[in-house]
Write a protein that binds this ligand. Structure first.
Ligand SMILES: C[C@H](O)CC(=O)SCCNC(=O)CCNC(=O)[C@H](O)C(C)(C)COP(=O)(O)OP(=O)(O)OC[C@H]1O[C@@H](n2cnc3c(N)ncnc32)[C@H](O)[C@@H]1OP(=O)(O)O
Length: 726
């Protein structure tokens, strides 16, 4: 049976002689193979009809196009669809049929023209856009390259430097900027878009406006020598910034061929490279991340019940420390009025000051106007009591990790907040059932775990207990979306998903260092692997040893059989070395926060070794970078398997997203479970088993990993039985 077509393109010919082709594939009018085939046949018809003088291409429902249908790449990767011959779409359809046509075309752009959408528009002979439209080539973010002619047409329309900036950063430009760059020919209000485009198309046909084929333009290109310099600079920068990725350099190669040998050769090179990049592992990973990120808001039994998020008009935050002030910043930046409560004037002043400083830093960097700063700050009020909590819709508690203090706060909240108010805690480790023990409000208690700095880090871990109502989860998912976070809904346990998965990462690093591995080599290997900073050394220094010890205590209490008790941090703490804040931790820091290794560190490691009665292990002292990665990340995989098997996460892909957005796991490795499956469960199981026999329980593979590993089954496959705790 033939599968249902994915979207279509329709054509309507007006009395003015303009054929309007509309791309229809909700929600973003992505260019599926079906849409593209329809576009081709409509175009051929328009060219053959005598009553058609010119063509306008537009998108249905206020969105031009979000680009090529990304699931099409997945189909090609899985082999469920044969890839079209290189150049079939970009050269045969877009260049030779559309751009080289004897009738002119104009793109009428509303909403967005991204990726293949913008590339299609650039092949038209003019582009008219509405003011709110976003135009960009974000392909590199997905692991592919602009493959519908974008590597050739964008430099010819906006100049090489700007084109490279847009392609390499994946950032779109707004219509007005597009206009001043030469990407857009006119900006008109949405109600006038279609008529303006029709008129423009007729004007071209009747030679009142220029008939421009972007691919043939050369006036914006720099002289060859200069172009080579610009490209060399871009390549060097790319190699430095993305050493583990091949596709950005391949993309630059396509741009370069077009400049050196002409756009036809460039299009051919682009087509060839496009067919090659789809097969890269990094591309498979990045596409997995794209869909998994959007999948986190689909929670079975919660988001499929037709519940509508309630409007959150006012939020209160308890605690103006680093976390509380960061959360307040994130909320006011998205126009939520916020009350910040502290215990005394001094702390309140400090908390409000932190929010102010967060915003001022954006003003200083030119990312926020003074007017916007003042308007945003006016949404924030301070408070020393609960009186102003009587009309809040949500409270987020963000005080120190002390169970009895949190229990008291939640009991007070129940007295002062309205019945419907969501009672959230930003705890990173403590069991939410314990926090709400002294209340009768279990159904509205939820975890809203932000990551530091809360106004910057993209993840919001939403923790639900067995009692949290679906409505409250839907409400918090909505707030998460409004404050531009990626929310992941997880179940309740010590450390939840992110901290629980990544605790073994620092633990493994400590384990290795105590037995002789060079800590700086571990940091180097892990950074090369793609983490934003080395595991324990840089990470521990940044969060501070106080937090590291508090977190470790929670884990030691709850998972004693698999925690490695190292004395390195406590010994340093005794000597008032507590991380970056004290300018001494695993590294030494200068006044500009630049880190350098500290020869004195050896002293603490040796002392820790003797206090713990651990011996130097010659094998561990000589680990290769590959072995370091395996010994630090396989324990993370092991814990992720436990989290998955216990139903703390609904799907393995949620753990991938949690690790990427919460811990900075490299997205081009697809997330922890995706990466593990790319290595194979059998190998990971055999390694952990070997190490657990040699070094003890910390490495012992869990039952889930043992079961799947013994069969070589993928770790991310859904659980056979619905054992979800959620
Ligand atoms: C050959 C070419 O050069 C190659 C390409 O064109 S590759 C594609 C380039 N385009 C892109 O990278 C754009 C990707 N999309 C986006 O950035 C955002 O979706 C957007 C800015 C278009 C819209 O954002 P937003 O309104 O927040 O909606 P968002 O939740 O992201 O997407 C809505 C739905 O559209 C889907 N979608 C968005 N763009 C898509 C695309 N290009 N292909 C397939 N599906 C897409 C999403 O998966 C989501 O599906 P779901 O509802 O089933 O989860």
């Amino acid at each position: 049976m033939a599968s249902r077509p994915k979207g279509k393109a329709t054509m309507e010919v007006g009395g003015d002689g303009v054929a309007v082709i509309t791309l229809i594939n909700p929600p973003v009018n992505s260019l599926s193979f079906d849409v593209l085939e329809n576009l081709k046949s409509n175009y051929e018809e328009a060219l053959s009809r005598n009553d058609v003088k010119a063509i306008v291409i537009t998108g249905a429902k206020g969105r031009f196009s979000g680009g090529f249908d990304i699931s099409g790449f997945g189909d090609i990767q899985k082999g469920t669809r044969k890839a079209p011959k290189p150049g079939y779409i970009s050269i045969d359809i877009i260049t030779d049929l559309l751009e080289a046509a004897k009738k002119p075309s104009v793109a009428a752009i509303d909403g967005l023209a991204l990726g293949g959408g913008l590339e299609l528009a650039m092949a038209c002979h003019a582009r008219i856009s509405t003011p709110g439209a976003q135009l960009g080539l974000p392909e590199l973010q997905l692991g592919v390259i602009p493959g519908f002619g974008g590597t050739q047409r964008l430099p010819r329309l906006v100049g090489l430097t700007k084109a490279l900036e847009m392609i390499l950063t994946s950032k779109p430009v707004k219509a007005e900027q597009g206009h001043s760059l030469g990407l857009v020919d006119a900006v008109v209000p949405p109600a006038e878009l279609l008529n303006a485009a029709r008129r423009w198309a007729l004007d071209i046909a009747e030679r009142r406006k220029p008939w421009v084929s972007s691919v043939l333009k050369t006036d914006k290109l720099p002289p060859l020598g200069e172009a080579r310099e610009i490209l060399k600079f871009a390549k060097d920068q790319t190699r430095r910034q993305a050493p583990n990725l091949k596709h950005p350099l391949m993309c630059l190669e396509a741009v370069e061929v077009g400049i050196v040998s002409g756009s036809r050769a460039g299009l051919e090179k682009e087509a060839l490279i496009s067919s090659q990049v789809v097969k890269l592992d990094t591309t498979k990973s990045l596409i997995h991340v794209f869909f998994s990120q959007r999948g986190t808001t689909k929670v079975p039994g919660v988001t499929d019940r037709g519940l509508v998020p309630r409007k959150i008009k006012k939020v209160a935050i308890i605690g103006g420390g680093l976390m509380g002030s960061g959360i307040a910043t994130a909320l006011i930046l998205s126009n939520y009025p916020v009350i910040l409560k502290e215990v005394n004037e001094k702390f309140l002043e400090a908390g409000l000051g932190r929010v102010k400083a967060n915003l001022q830093s954006s003003v200083k960097k030119g990312r926020m106007s003074q007017e916007k700063f003042e308007k945003t700050m006016s949404l924030l009020k301070g408070s020393l009591d609960y009186e102003s909590f009587r009309d809040v819709d949500m409270v987020i508690e963000a005080v120190i990790e002390n169970i009895s203090l949190k229990q008291k706060i939640f009991a007070d909240l129940e007295k002062y907040c309205p019945q419907h108010c969501i009672l959230a805690s930003n705890t990173s480790t403590i069991d939410l059932n314990k926090i709400g023990e002294r209340t009768k409000s279990q159904d509205r208690i939820i975890g809203a775990h932000f990551f530091s700095p809360a106004h910057v880090m993209p993840l919001l871990e939403i923790v639900r207990t067995n009692h949290t109502s679906a409505q409250v989860i839907v409400d918090l998912l909505d707030v998460g979306k409004k404050i531009k976070k990626t929310p992941v809904v997880v179940g309740n346990c010590t450390g939840f998903a992110v901290n629980r998965m990544f605790f073994p990462y620092t633990q493994a690093a400590m384990f290795l260092v105590e037995r002789g591995t060079d800590p700086y080599l571990i940091d180097k290997a892990v950074s090369k692997f793609g983490m934003p900073m080395g595991p324990f050394s840089r990470l521990c220094d940044l969060v501070g040893f106080g937090v590291a010890i508090a977190t470790a205590t929670q884990f030691i209490e709850n998972f004693p059989e698999r925690t490695n008790k190292s004395m390195i941090i406590p010994l340093m703490q005794e000597d008032k070395r507590a991380g970056e804040a004290t300018r001494k931790g695993f590294y030494l820091y200068d006044e500009k926060r630049k880190a350098k290794p500290d020869p004195e560190l050896k002293k603490y490691i040796e002392k820790a070794r003797s206090v713990s009665g651990v011996n130097l292990d010659p094998k561990l002292a000589k680990l290769s970078e590959k072995e370091i990665i395996e010994m630090t990340f396989f324990p993370v995989v092991n814990e992720a398997c436990r989290v998955f098997a216990e139903g703390i996460a609904v799907k393995a892909a949620d753990l991938d997203i949690a690790g990427i957005f919460g811990m900075g796991f490299p997205p081009y490795r697809g997330g922890i479970m995706f990466w593990a499956d790319s290595i194979g469960s059998k190998y990971i199981y055999s390694k952990l088993d070997e190490w657990s026999k040699a070094y003890g329980g910390f490495f012992k593979p869990c039952d889930f990993l043992a079961e799947r590993g013994s069969k070589g089954a993928p770790l991310s496959a859904p659980l056979e039985q619905a054992r979800s705790r959620l």
